[in-house]
Design a protein around this ligand. Structure first.
Ligand code: SF4
Length: 238
């Protein structure tokens, strides 16, 4: 069984390599990290476990098909950390039904079924998160994805320390498509669900990041905003 925090859509992917793609989100419950600026604490902390549902692969795909109208769609597996869940039966069933799968994880836990994903976004967390980067675990995730899965690297940047960390990390993985995005350091929380994102602050952070990259003559990364935040701010379930 799979711990599910929420299933919603169809909407669009707001981040990374698949930005703008229509998708249904399947958000799993539970995470091995506690990032200082996590914007999905309701899918992370055990105190919200009562809100999560234990679902079979068949029940999840039934809900995906209900939402997609039965038309095959990109299913985005998010969390929490979806790599903590036994997702191989879901991938097998969903593929049989014509769907494709993308997943985002911080790269702290490798699973053999990574190779069944169509897309894998590895998003290790920068120093501002307060979480460590363990290269051997990240490398295990890359190895598990193999050659059939499209893998990309997405790094969130809050400040100069994060930027320098991201640059050094990305240099170690020149084969991976690279996406940078500014960090929303004051997201809505379960205690403050109505807190609106300061879009002006995010925009100036985005401009800083573009200027930082171009000043460095670092032409490899693509710099992206969080599209869903621009459209819906902090609204949940879109
Ligand atoms: S890894 Fe993601 S879901 Fe887990 S605490 Fe960090 S930001 Fe939240």
């Amino acid at each position: 069984m799979i711990a599910i925090s929420e299933i919603f859509g169809p909407t669009i992917q707001g981040e990374g390599a698949l930005i703008g793609m229509p998708t249904v989100f399947v958000r799993t419950g539970g995470c091995d990290f506690r990032c200082s600026w996590c914007d999905t604490l309701y899918a992370v902390e055990p105190r919200f476990r009562a809100d999560w549902q234990s679902m079979s692969a068949a029940a999840i795909m039934a809900e995906v098909n209900r939402l997609s109208g039965g038309t095959p769609i990109l299913v985005t597996l998010s969390g929490g950390n979806p790599a903590l869940q036994p997702l191989d039966p879901l991938l097998q069933l969903g593929h049989q039904q014509g769907h494709s799968f993308a997943m985002e994880t911080q790269g702290s836990r490798a699973q053999t079924w990574f190779g069944q994903l169509d897309h894998l976004t590895l998003s290790p967390k920068p120093p501002s998160s307060g979480m460590p980067f363990r290269r051997e675990r990240f490398d295990a995730c890359l190895a598990a994805a193999g050659v059939a899965t499209q893998v990309s690297l997405k790094l969130v940047i809050a400040d100069e320390t994060d930027y320098q960390w991201a640059k050094a990390l990305a240099d170690g993985y020149p084969q991976l498509p690279l996406y940078l995005q500014p960090c929303n350091t004051a997201p809505a929380t379960p205690e403050q669900p109505e807190r609106e994102t300061d879009l002006a602050a995010l925009n100036s952070q985005l401009r800083w990041l573009v200027e930082r990259v171009t000043t460095d003559r670092w032409y490899r990364p693509r710099i992206l905003p969080q599209l869903h935040v621009l459209i819906w701010n902090n609204e949940r379930g879109v």
